[in-house]
Design a binder for this molecule. Structure first.
Ligand SMILES: *[C@@H]1O[C@H](CO)[C@@H](O)[C@H](O)[C@H]1NC(C)=O
Ligand SMILES: *[C@@H]1O[C@H](CO)[C@@H](O)[C@H](O)[C@H]1NC(C)=O
Ligand SMILES: *[C@@H]1O[C@H](CO)[C@@H](O)[C@H](O)[C@H]1NC(C)=O
Ligand SMILES: *[C@@H]1O[C@H](CO)[C@@H](O)[C@H](O)[C@H]1NC(C)=O
Ligand SMILES: *[C@@H]1O[C@H](CO)[C@@H](O)[C@H](O)[C@H]1NC(C)=O
Ligand SMILES: *[C@@H]1O[C@H](CO)[C@@H](O)[C@H](O)[C@H]1NC(C)=O
Ligand SMILES: *[C@@H]1O[C@H](CO)[C@@H](O)[C@H](O)[C@H]1NC(C)=O
Ligand SMILES: *[C@@H]1O[C@H](CO)[C@@H](O)[C@H](O)[C@H]1NC(C)=O
Ligand SMILES: *[C@@H]1O[C@H](CO)[C@@H](O)[C@H](O)[C@H]1NC(C)=O
Length: 852
């Protein structure tokens, strides 16, 4: 009996403890506390409704966040005397009993966000924080709405007065318009955070309604250096609000809003710092809260700012529409000019005003500490005209520019609306420059443009400028570049094929090269040779038909080739990529947006897509199948047997007319969309004023370049040559006669087409079977749009039964430029045919509006 009673008793007392133990080990995790020489206990998301007891005595960090604790009871942490960090976030805590934190003498940080406290004396008793004499950081934020109760908060503020060592306080602010006397005891407070913050995805709003001249008055003798009012919305801010904060160094007002205040009203509150030093002022993204008052912009006045020594000043995205930069540079040089290290004015609508350019050149270096200057992304920027480079006489003029000697980052992207032609620029004071962004300035680089004085520059961005005529030695003065962005700079084949790899040769340290959105359909094979540090090459959004050689680029990680006109990835590139890639360091290659050929010749390519260890983007690309239909590589691979059967059985290369015409259809279909892309690009180029002047026939070396395969060699070299050259006096390019032996074939082909007024492609079965068919055709098609719509003529053996009801075929080449003739069978010598061809070749370009 007694034993039974005893057992019952034991059960009663130990059952909960045993349960606790299992919950503790099941729902908490333990890890070595690292430098704190104790145990980190993580009981977050554990389903606890009370603080578990039996926690290890040497616990130094305790995570109890996201549990169901409603009440914090007396002496709950009393054994955890070594606790330094306590996280009680996201518990529905309604009250904290007075002795809850007893013995937590070492606690340094308390997180108490997402609580349900109502700030009454019942919920936060006056002496509740008394034991926390070591507490340095306290965050107590909630989204619970109460009626505004001044009395409650006044009483409650006594509790905070005990936190004599507190350095960082983040506190609910929406019920206060004035901090009460209790706070005046926080003698060590350095940072007061009232901002809207995001903790674990939950937004806690700053809702302090008024900032008056008495709001912070209790902090008068407290060394607060940082005040954070990010994303606060006020009804009113008093000009003198910061006057009591005598030690303030950092002011954060990012995204702050006042009903009818603008940037200048915020700047006015800084008047109390005249003749003083501030480390940072973040006054960005300021906007009035009332939409009706939203005006188009405000002039930035320096009346107040100039007398404050601010190191870091952020005025970005403030709708500033006018800055008189000259005031920075008046005598005596203002404090602000001398102190600024970081100035951000990006994202405004600055139209600028530089009264005296000469002064500007001389005094710019007076920003003697400036390291970072961001003037980018202005919608409009005008000066009084003098700075516009294109008005400068180009001949031998050298434009001297003096930069502040410590400047490292200069962002001018999207600043000046039209820079125009860049002359020879000799920069002094640029030896510390690391990064220069001049993208979207529509600068034009001519063969004379040159920039001296930025020898240590590492990052350079000229995207959306015009580099069409940049000199091949331009980058010689930038030997330390690691990143070069030349996206959409109007670089095209002509450029690279003429100067080859010379342009990039000086850039031995280059790691990232961006050539996206240019007009490239072919690059010299060896263009990247020697750039062994290259890690990333972006060639997307061009019209590439072949891939340059990457075999020497041992550090390559990323190759972007998407949205080009690649019909295949050639054997050599495939093996190069396979060699460069390793399990540890797989090369990423993007190919999406190309349309590959899924014809009989491409089985090894399809297999490669499937098997290679190269990290391909999706391994499922659109392609044109043997019937000329658009499909995807995956689909073809899945039906691989069908493709093989077809290819083996129909002996497509030699006899099958059907096979040939379907290959033709496939090839043409692939390039129709490439052509349309070029069209759009040309329209865009025109819109921003980059005219591509159509050339006249006299400017070309040849009247017509004849593209053909060996199967019609006889006919071309005899009949056609005699008829057009001897009898009619045209100047022809004929491969067998004019080709320079040993040249790179695609490059040669390109050059020839480029120096010919017309291109005549003779389509025969032999041509379609030749290894260059796809390259040749894609190049031909890209030539149609790049220069004239009538440039390409197709001469077709009338025995080739090409289905004429193919829309895209007609779209690529105008019907009037297609000539049919019985070539192979040596049809009758038809003067009508030769006349037609002759007229086709010599016709003037009446269709100048090629992009309409
Ligand atoms: C913490 O205390 C437990 C016993 O209570 C001990 O096993 C453990 O080693 C201690 N850990 C540290 C880091 O002191
Ligand atoms: C511990 O977690 C389990 C499931 O993970 C849950 O069933 C149990 O109730 C939790 N313990 C406590 C004390 O809530
Ligand atoms: C505030 O919370 C305490 C403790 O939960 C409660 O006793 C009190 O009634 C609440 N006061 C108000 C005004 O809601
Ligand atoms: C605060 O401003 C009011 C008027 O706006 C003024 O009467 C009062 O003296 C000011 N208080 C302090 C402490 O500056
Ligand atoms: C700032 O200093 C200048 C002289 O250095 C003085 O004339 C001026 O009164 C001072 N302004 C303030 C607000 O202290
Ligand atoms: C650039 O200017 C400096 C002096 O201001 C001069 O020594 C140097 O030769 C100039 N460089 C060029 C390339 O004009
Ligand atoms: C240069 O500025 C543009 C436009 O603001 C930006 O997209 C680009 O990333 C910047 N370039 C670099 C290298 O940071
Ligand atoms: C820049 O290049 C020069 C010459 O190559 C070298 O002496 C200098 O140390 C480089 N500067 C940096 C910052 O790498
Ligand atoms: C390949 O892409 C096509 C079209 O985007 C899609 O329909 C198909 O399901 C994809 N195949 C695989 C295996 O992902």
């Amino acid at each position: 009996m007694a034993a039974n009673v005893l057992r019952f008793y034991l059960l009663l007392t130990f059952l909960p403890t045993v349960k606790m133990y299992t919950d503790l080990s099941r729902n908490c995790s333990f890890s070595n506390g690292g430098t704190k020489k104790g145990v980190d206990v993580d009981c977050s998301h554990g389903g606890f409704s009370t603080v578990p007891n039996n926690l290890p005595l040497n616990t130094t960090s305790l995570y109890l966040n996201n549990n169901k604790i409603k009440h914090l009871l007396n002496n709950q942490f009393v054994k955890l005397t070594r606790l330094k960090y306590l996280n009680l976030n996201f518990n529905p805590i309604t009250d904290i009993h007075e002795k809850t934190f007893n013995h937590l003498y070492q606690l340094q940080e308390l997180q108490l966000n997402g609580h349900h406290l109502n700030y009454s004396v019942q919920s936060i008793p006056d002496k509740v924080f008394k034991p926390l004499t070591s507490l340095k950081r306290l965050s107590i934020r909630s989204n619970v709405k109460y009626c505004r109760n001044h009395e409650q908060f006044t009483a409650m503020s006594k509790a905070f007065g005990y936190l004599v060592n507190l350095q960082h306080l983040s506190i609910d602010s929406w019920i206060i318009d004035k901090f009460n006397l209790g706070f005046s005891k926080l003698h060590n407070l350095q940072e007061l955070d009232l901002s809207s913050i995001n903790i674990d995805g939950i937004e806690f709003k700053c809702q302090i309604p008024y900032l008056t001249n008495t709001t912070f008055i209790v902090f008068q003798s407290i060394p607060i250096s940082t005040i954070n009012l990010k994303s606060c919305n006020f009804y009113k801010i008093d000009r003198d609000v910061f006057a009591p904060l005598l030690s303030l160094d950092n002011i954060v007002l990012t995204w702050a809003g006042v009903v009818n205040y603008f940037v200048p009203d915020f700047i006015a509150t800084l008047h109390v710092f005249k003749n003083r030093t501030l480390k940072s002022v973040k006054l960005n993204h300021i906007r009035p809260l009332s939409r009706m008052l939203d005006v188009s912009g405000y002039p930035l006045s320096f009346d107040i700012l100039l007398d404050i020594c601010i190191e870091y000043l952020d005025l970005s995205y403030d709708k500033i529409n006018m800055v008189d930069f000259s005031t920075f540079l008046t005598f005596p040089i203002p404090r602000l000019t001398k102190c600024l290290k970081h100035l951000d004015l990006s994202g405004n609508f600055i139209t600028g005003r530089i009264k005296n350019m000469l002064n500007f050149y001389f005094l710019f270096p007076k920003f003697e500490n400036l390291e970072y200057l961001d003037l980018s992304k202005q919608s409009i920027f005008k000066t009084n005209g003098v700075t516009r480079f294109h008005e400068v006489e180009l001949s031998s003029y050298t434009l001297p520019i003096n930069l502040p000697g410590k400047l490292r980052y200069l962002y001018l992207d999207g600043l000046i609306h039209r820079v125009g032609m860049v002359p020879i620029v000799n920069i002094s004071g640029g030896s510390n420059m690391i990064s220069l962004n001049m993208s979207y300035t529509t600068s034009t680089f001519s063969s004379k443009s040159k920039i001296f004085g930025l020898e240590n520059l590492q990052i350079l961005d000229f995207s959306y400028c015009n580099c069409r005529f940049i000199d091949q030695s331009f980058f010689d003065t930038f030997p330390n570049l690691t990143t070069l962005r030349l996206s959409n700079v109007n670089l095209d084949n002509d450029y690279f094929l003429n100067i080859g790899k010379r342009l990039f040769q000086p850039l031995k340290k280059l790691q990232i090269l961006d050539l996206t959105k240019n007009l490239l359909s072919i690059l010299p094979k060896d263009i990247f040779n020697g750039l062994t540090e290259l890690k990333t090459i972006s060639l997307s959004f061009n019209s590439l038909v072949s891939i340059p050689d990457f075999s020497t680029l041992v550090n390559l990680n990323n190759i972007y080739l998407s949205y080009n006109a690649l019909a295949t990835v050639d054997e050599q590139t495939r093996s190069t990529l396979d060699k460069l890639t390793s399990d540890k360091n797989p090369i990423h290659v993007s190919l999406f947006g190309n349309t590959f050929g899924c014809t009989c010749g491409s089985s090894s390519l399809l297999a490669w897509f499937y098997e290679t260890r190269v990290d391909l983007d999706g391994r499922n690309y659109s392609c044109i199948d043997r019937m000329g239909k658009k499909t995807t590589t995956r689909l073809i691979t899945n039906n691989y047997r069908a493709l093989r059967l077809h290819c083996v059985s129909s002996t497509w290369l030699t006899t099958g007319v059907a096979g040939i015409s379907s290959l033709l259809v496939a090839l043409l279909a692939m390039f129709v969309f490439v052509k349309n892309k070029l069209k759009i690009k040309l329209i865009l180029l025109r819109m921003i004023g980059r005219y591509i002047k159509p050339r006249r026939r006299e400017e070309f070396l040849y009247d017509v370049c004849i593209l053909y395969a060996d199967d019609v060699y006889q006919w071309v070299c005899h009949d056609l040559r005699a008829e057009l050259e001897d009898r009619r006096g045209l100047k022809l390019f004929i491969r067998h006669r004019d080709e320079i032996p040993g040249e790179d074939k695609p490059v040669e082909l390109y050059n020839t087409m480029n120096s010919s007024w017309r291109v005549a492609l003779i389509l025969t079965p032999g041509f379609l079977a030749s290894e260059f068919a796809s390259t040749t055709m894609s190049m031909c098609l890209s030539f149609i749009t790049m220069t004239t719509p009538n440039r390409l003529m197709l001469i077709m053996d009338s025995n080739m039964n090409i289905p004429t009801n193919i829309d895209f075929f007609l779209e690529s080449v105008n019907e009037e430029n297609i000539y049919r003739y019985g070539i192979i069978n040596g049809g009758p010598d038809d003067p009508f045919f030769w006349n037609n061809i002759y007229h086709g070749i010599t016709a003037a370009n009446n269709n100048i509006d090629m992009i309409r």
